[in-house]
Write a protein that binds this ligand. Structure first.
Ligand code: BMA
Length: 353
């Protein structure tokens, strides 16, 4: 049985994940109900949030709905990808009512420079938001805004909806301001524990599954950039498919299978020795130009790995991001294979919970 770290009220999410870890993993998709290839729930036609590219392809919703809170810290009404926070809350409530689980990431702005999450130009920022730092009070307000939104997620009986909370992700990479180029391991761990203290102990949010997910690159940095078993419920890794210059589709697919297997073997060792469930918290092949990517590539990469879920990234609805998608939509070249993967029971969707 898994050791839960911090929160008791996760309403069975950890148990559900634990069960999946021993059998078939859950499938998750970022922003699944918010928009898809060529449509957007905010356009008024789908306020019931019935639509989903994944459901349009296989008839079922993903088990896990990923959402991102980036820009909630600014008090904005929409997140960094243009989703209204009100509609996101609606999506989370509906998805929960349908029996699904929710995973939240947070691409928050850089509190020192006003730049985005990707502004890694300043290596004093994490130190400055820790207690005694000049940005500490500002950061507490930012965290409170996150808490307010999470707190607003109540089910029909007024009970708090539990969520997987995955802040400060890919921190072994150097591209985010909380990444390895901008802070020491001690500063990163202190940031995590400080957030935990505020959210769980001060704000009383006990329905969070605290998920930490380093990037698959530089993962040798992870052991020291880990806040401790008492602050983590689930360990993940973000690992994407990539086509190197000059590589054929087949070569790139093979490389993804072997690199993922290697990454997940490492993750299994790290997480299992700490009694934590583990997951492929972000993955995907942008543009899905590999017709059998699901049953032939991803499945080979994850089978027998013991992960409890795999989440593919978002399907942008924007005209200028036509190739920025990681799940199929009707007519997309990997759609038939996705359907096959689901129908063969290789992955758990919403109806299989
Ligand atoms: C990234 C891209 C960006 C997006 C961000 C947060 O990986 O998809 O376009 O703004 O995630 O969702």
């Amino acid at each position: 049985m898994f050791m839960t770290a911090c929160t008791a009220g996760t309403d069975g999410i950890l148990e559900r994940l634990a069960e999946a870890a021993g059998t078939v993993p859950f499938y998750g998709h970022q922003d699944d109900l918010m928009y898809g290839h060529g449509w957007n729930a905010a356009d008024g036609l789908d306020r019931q949030m019935e639509r989903s590219d994944v459901k349009d392809v296989c008839g079922l919703y993903p088990a896990i709905l990923g959402l991102d809170l980036g820009h909630i810290e600014l008090g904005d009404s929409c997140n960094l990808d243009g989703n209204s926070f009100a509609l996101m809350a609606e999506a989370a409530r509906l998805h929960h009512a349908r029996g699904g689980m929710i995973s939240l990431s947070w691409h928050l702005d850089n509190p020192a420079t006003g730049g985005s999450s990707w502004d890694a130009s300043d290596s004093s920022v994490v130190r400055r938001i820790l207690p005694d730092g000049d940005l500490h009070d500002k950061f507490r307000v930012w965290t409170d805004r996150v808490c307010d939104w999470i707190e607003s997620l109540k089910d029909e009986d007024g009970r708090q909806i539990p969520v997987i909370w995955r802040p400060f992700h890919e921190h072994t990479g150097g591209w985010f301001w909380w990444g390895s180029d901008c802070c020491t391991p001690e500063e990163y761990n202190a940031l995590w524990r400080m957030s935990h203290e505020q959210m769980v102990n001060e704000r009383g949010l006990r329905d969070l599954v605290w998920a930490i997910s380093p990037s698959s690159s530089n993962r040798e940095l992870f052991a020291e950039r880990y806040p401790g078993d008492g602050y983590v419920d689930l360990v993940g890794v973000d690992h994407y498919a990539y086509t190197a210059p000059g590589q054929s589709r087949e070569e790139a697919d093979e490389a993804f299978v072997s690199s993922t297997r290697e990454v997940l073997a490492w993750l299994k060792e790290f997480a299992s020795s700490r009694g934590k469930p583990y997951a492929l918290t972000e993955t995907g092949l942008e543009g899905l130009n590999s017709p059998e990517w699901w049953s032939g590539v991803l499945q080979k990469a994850i089978e027998n790995s013991g992960i409890c879920y795999v989440l593919t990234w978002r399907n942008s609805s924007r005209e200028d991001q036509r190739n920025h998608f990681y799940a199929p939509f009707p007519g997309q070249e990997s759609a038939e294979d996705f359907r096959k993967w689901v129908n063969e029971g290789k992955i758990k969707m919403l109806d299989r919970i």
